[in-house]
Design a protein. Structure first.
Length: 78
């Protein structure tokens, strides 16, 4: 089985801390051809061995492209 995208370049002790739900979310972007990065407090939590409870991310996908990946989502830039 291939190493999951988000975990592939991490030290195994850090990799083990990333919940499967986050990894699968990132894989969805990767498989669609988009870059995606974990940012903010989640990175700090990862490095200090704390649980990642509220992950932030940035991606090369536009809001419209994200909505295509997640058809039940909504975007409000009001």
């Amino acid at each position: 089985m291939p190493t999951p995208f988000l975990r592939k370049n991490l030290d195994p002790t850090l990799s083990a801390q990333i919940p499967d739900s986050i990894n699968h979310f990132f894989l969805k972007f990767h498989h669609a051809g988009f870059d995606i990065w974990l940012v903010g407090a989640a990175v700090r939590h990862l490095l200090t061995h704390q649980p990642i409870t509220n992950p932030d991310f940035t991606t090369s996908a536009t809001p419209d492209q994200i909505q295509l990946l997640f058809p039940d989502s909504f975007y409000d830039n009001a």
